[in-house]
Design a protein around this ligand. Structure first.
Ligand code: NDP
Length: 378
C-alpha cells in the first residue's frame, strides 16, 4: 500500500510541467510557425468550400522536419541540447501539452464566438452548449497570424511523434537496450511519418481538414494523442520496448516486413488514387479508364475493392508498428486497437455525410462496392 502511494506520488510529481518542458514546447511551436511561413514549399489549393472559396496550404513539412532534425542533431552533438530530453521528460511534456490544448481551445472558443466573419472557413457555428462548442469547435479553419491552425496542429503532432521516437531511440542506445524490435519499430514509424510529409498535400482533402471544426477534440487528437499515445505513454512499442526484451525469429521479422509493405501499398495507393481522381477524373487507374459513378465517385482500383480501403492499409501499418513487440502482452497493441475503433466510427460518420451529399449516386456506389473496409468481412 505504501509502495503504491509512493508510486502514485512519483507519477503525479512527474506530471507537473517544469519550466524546461515549457521551453521545449515553446521552442517547438515557434520553430514550426516560423519554418512553416518562410521555408519554400509547394502551395496547394484546398478543396472548394461551400462559399466557393479555397484555402492555400504551403506544403513544406518535409523541409521543416528535416531541418529541425538536423538542428537538433547538431545541437546534441555539441552538447547544447540533450537527445534524451523528450524521453526523460515524457510525462511532463504530456501534461504541458494537455494544458496548452485546453488553453488554446478556450481561446478558439472565445474568438470563434465573437467572430462576425461570414466565410465558410471562419463563420462561427454556435450551438449554445458551451461544452459541445468547445469540444467540437466553432470555426472550420481558424487562423492565427495568418497560420492555418488546423494544418499547423496536425503537422506538429506528426513531427512530435517522430521526435519522441528518436529520443526513445537515443535512450535505448545510451542504456544498451537497443534491440531488433526497437530497430524495426523505429524504421516502420519513421518511414510512415516521412511518407506523410512527402505526400503532405494529400492531407488537404482529408475529412479533418475539410469537414471537422477545430475544437478540443481535434487539437487534443493532433497534439497529444498522436505523438504521445502512439509512442511513449507506456502504451506503445517505443516506450514498452525500453523495458521489455523480445526475441524475434527470422520468419517473424519477414512477416512483419510484409505486413508493413502491403499495408503501405494499400494505404498510399488508395489515398493517391482518390487524390488523383479528384484532380482529373479521367486519369487511368491501374492502367485502365476509371469506373466512375455519377461523374463523381471512383469505383475502381482500391475504391472498387472496398469503400474505405485506405483505412484497411492504415490498420495494417498500425499492426506492423506493434508486431515487433511480439505477442506476450496486449499493451503494445494499444494503437492498432484504438485505430480500429476510430476508423470504424469515422467510416460510419463519413458514410452518413456522403449519403447526404451524393444521394442516388452514393446508393449506386454502395451497390457496386458492397464492402466498407475489408472485402468479404466488413
Ligand atoms: P478519406 O480520405 O477516405 O476521405 C473520405 C472522403 O473522400 C469522403 O467524405 C468523400 O469526400 C470522398 N470519397 C469517399 N469515397 C469516394 C470515392 N469512391 N470516390 C471519390 N471520393 C470519395 O478519409 P479520411 O480523411 O478519414 O482519411 C484519410 C487517411 O487518413 C486515411 O488513410 C486514414 O486511414 C488516415 N487517418 C489516420 C488516422 C490515424 O490516427 N492514424 C486518423 C484518421 C485518418 P468528398 O465529399 O470530397 O467527395
Amino acid at each position: 500500500m505504501l509502495m503504491l502511494d509512493m508510486d502514485l506520488r512519483l507519477l503525479l510529481q512527474s506530471l507537473i510541467p517544469s519550466l524546461q518542458s515549457v521551453y521545449v514546447l515553446v521552442f517547438y511551436f515557434v520553430y514550426l510557425a516560423v519554418a512553416g511561413q518562410i521555408l519554400p514549399g509547394k502551395v496547394i489549393r484546398g478543396v472548394l468550400l461551400s462559399d466557393g472559396s479555397q484555402l492555400r496550404y504551403r506544403c513544406n513539412g518535409l523541409f521543416a522536419l528535416t531541418l529541425l532534425v538536423a538542428i537538433l542533431g547538431i545541437s546534441a552533438k555539441f552538447g547544447i541540447v540533450s537527445p534524451l530530453v523528450v524521453a526523460d521528460r515524457g510525462l511532463e511534456l504530456l501534461s504541458a501539452t494537455f494544458i496548452f490544448c485546453v488553453l488554446v481551445t478556450l481561446a478558439l472558443y472565445v474568438t470563434g464566438r465573437s467572430s462576425s466573419d461570414k466565410s465558410s472557413s471562419l463563420k462561427p457555428h454556435v450551438s449554445g452548449n458551451l461544452v459541445h462548442d468547445w469540444w467540437f469547435g466553432i470555426q472550420l479553419n481558424p487562423q492565427f497570424l495568418s497560420i492555418d491552425l488546423k494544418f499547423f496542429f496536425v503537422r506538429a503532432g506528426m513531427m512530435g511523434w517522430l521526435l519522441i521516437n528518436l529520443s526513445i531511440l537515443a535512450k535505448s542506445v545510451q542504456d544498451g537496450s537497443l534491440s531488433q524490435s526497437m530497430i524495426l519499430y523505429q524504421i516502420f514509424c519513421a518511414l510512415y511519418i516521412l511518407d506523410y510529409f512527402v505526400h503532405e498535400e494529400y492531407m488537404t482533402s482529408t475529412w479533418d481538414i475539410i469537414a471537422e471544426r477545430l475544437g478540443f477534440m481535434l487539437v487534443f487528437g493532433d497534439l497529444l494523442w498522436i505523438p504521445f499515445t502512439f509512442s511513449i505513454q507506456a502504451c506503445n512499442c517505443g516506450w514498452w520496448l525500453l523495458h521489455n526484451k523480445v526475441e524475434l525469429t527470422v520468419p517473424a521479422i519477414v512477416a512483419n516486413c510484409f505486413v508493413f509493405l502491403i499495408g503501405y501499398m494499400v494505404f498510399r495507393g488508395a489515398n493517391k488514387q482518390k487524390h488523383i481522381f479528384k484532380k482529373n477524373p479521367k486519369t487511368p487507374i491501374w492502367g485502365k479508364p476509371p469506373v466512375v459513378v455519377g461523374g463523381k465517385l471512383l469505383a475502381s482500383g482500391y475504391w472498387g475493392i472496398a469503400r474505405h480501403c485506405n483505412y484497411l492499409g492504415d490498420l495494417m501499418l498500425a499492426l506492423s508498428f506493434s508486431l515487433p513487440c511480439g505477442i506476450s502482452s496486449p499493451v503494445p497493441y494499444f494503437y492498432p486497437i484504438y485505430l480500429l475503433i476510430l476508423l470504424i466510427w469515422r467510416e460510419r460518420r463519413d458514410e452518413v455525410r456522403c449519403a447526404e451529399k451524393y444521394k442516388d449516386i452514393w446508393a449506386e456506389y454502395l451497390r457496386l462496392v458492397p464492402y466498407r473496409i475489408l472485402p468479404y468481412v466488413y
